[in-house]
Write a protein that binds this ligand. Structure first.
Ligand code: HSE
Length: 437
């Protein structure tokens, strides 16, 4: 059997799981690949630590004969290595590795969503027929890249709604189901090893944004950057918001949303209230889920582990197998650029949605009327309403849902509300995503 020789950069949780899977499931992987998959070298930061890891994995007993190095050139300049696998993280150095691997005529695999969010459209033309795999970059073990690239290639993708970040989903689930506050739920996620020590990208929507942008390239041929799209996180969500959601039949999820309408695509990441009955609302805890609507296939839904060594390694190995089989479809799924039907990114101000609003107000006569008047002046019609007293004397919480309006209108209304004396804190808004429109 001929061989496919791999060099890996990074030997953390995902890297060691890739090696573990190759050792444990080598026979079935090789049979599917039609080649013997050989991991020849790993570039690591700390050789001593890596040697210990290899010993723990019994690599010495299995005669796997893996070379450890601290110099990436040892892989990039090794003519025997067919595929470079980048599992190191970071943006610019990882991009340099991609460039150098492709220049050296090696296939390239990465799990690095942040790097792809910025550089996917730079890497695609460099590939020039060489395979570039990134199945592990979005939603860990869920094969959503292949779904969009191959499985749904007959379709115009009308919409995507995804829970793309496990850590934030864990936090929101704990808040909603067990009444915890944000800080407690975050601490728990960190203790369980879901959130990073610096979890900012998990909770500010950045990580989900990176993943949505990758999906948008595959679905629409749109190569937007993180700065181009609306990204909001979950840090400002309070038990009051959860209470309103529970009362009116919603759950709160951090969603990555793509919607195509005519020749425009809307891309946004933000916490959303979604109906309890919808399938995606049932994706709880650290799990990920994505619903995709295609014009021919209708809605299909994908659920699974979005993070973790083994699930992510499963996706990395699917790329290795595809390369061994000689699959080399265009990296971002379009063999030639879309001419007719080329899509544009929709202006954020033109988002049309229902909204949830939370206000803290002075509990005195006439305040509700004042608030309703301002909303009305901005063309915003109130749907549901809940008012509660707070622990603080003479301060009440007003919680509203609205009917559809434009983002521009709600922003102007909230700005105006913020100026009036009766409002004691900055107003908070969240979008309601009832269904695909
Ligand atoms: N921090 C990410 C998450 C890991 O929580 O989903 C997988 O990308």
């Amino acid at each position: 059997m001929s061989k496919l020789v791999l060099g890996m950069v990074g030997f953390g949780v995902v890297g060691s799981s890739v090696l573990k899977a190759i050792l444990a499931n080598g026979e079935i992987i090789n049979a599917r690949a039609g080649k013997q998959i050989v991991l020849k070298s790993i570039v690591v930061r700390d050789k001593k630590k890596a040697e210990k890891k290899l010993a723990e994995l019994n690599v010495i007993d299995t005669n796997a004969n893996i070379t450890l190095s601290t110099n990436v050139d040892d892989i990039l300049q090794d003519s025997e290595i067919d595929v470079v696998i980048e599992l190191m993280g970071g943006v610019e150095f990882a991009y340099t590795i991609a460039q150098r691997a492709l220049k050296a005529k090696k296939a390239f695999i990465t799990a690095n969503k942040a790097m792809l969010a910025y550089h996917r459209s730079d890497i695609a033309p460099l590939a020039n027929g060489l395979p570039v795999g990134f199945e592990a970059s979005v939603c860990g073990g869920i094969p959503i890249i292949r779904v969009l690239k191959d499985g749904l290639s007959a379709n115009h993708i009308l919409g995507i709604r995804g829970i793309l970040n496990g850590t934030s989903n864990y936090i929101l689930t704990q808040m909603q189901q067990f009444g915890k506050n944000f800080a407690t739920a975050l601490k728990e996620a960190q203790n369980l090893g879901y959130a990073e020590a610096d979890p900012s990208l998990d909770i500010n929507g950045g990580d989900a944004g990176h993943k949505l942008l990758i999906l948008a390239s595959l679905a629409y041929g749109i190569h937007a950057m993180p700065e181009d799209i609306l990204i909001e996180g979950i840090a400002d969500i309070t038990p009051d918001d959860m209470e309103f959601a529970n009362e009116f039949g919603y759950v709160i999820k951090l969603l990555g949303i793509a919607k195509k309408q005519d020749d425009e695509v809307e891309l946004r990441v933000h916490p959303s209230m979604i109906k309890k009955e919808s399938m995606i609302s049932k994706v709880d805890g650290v799990m990920n889920g994505i619903s995709v609507i295609g014009d021919y296939v209708g809605e299909s839904m994908y659920y699974g582990a979005g993070a973790g060594g083994e699930a992510t390694a499963s996706s990395v190995i699917s790329d290795i197998v595809a390369i061994a089989r000689g699959e080399s479809a265009a990296m971002l799924g379009f063999s030639r650029p879309l001419e007719e039907g080329k899509l544009r990114l929709k202006d954020k101000e033109k988002i049309h949605s229902r909204y949830y609003i939370r206000l803290y107000v002075r509990d005195k006569p006439g305040v509700l009327g004042e608030v309703a008047q301002i909303l009305g002046r901005h063309n915003i019609s109130i749907g549901a309403f809940l008012q509660k007293e707070t622990d603080e004397k003479n301060i009440a919480t007003m919680l509203f849902s609205t009917h559809h309006c434009y983002e521009r209108e709600i922003n102007h209304a909230l700005c105006e509300l913020e100026q009036i004396d009766s409002i004691t804190q900055k107003p908070f808004k969240m979008r309601l995503e009832d269904e695909y429109e």
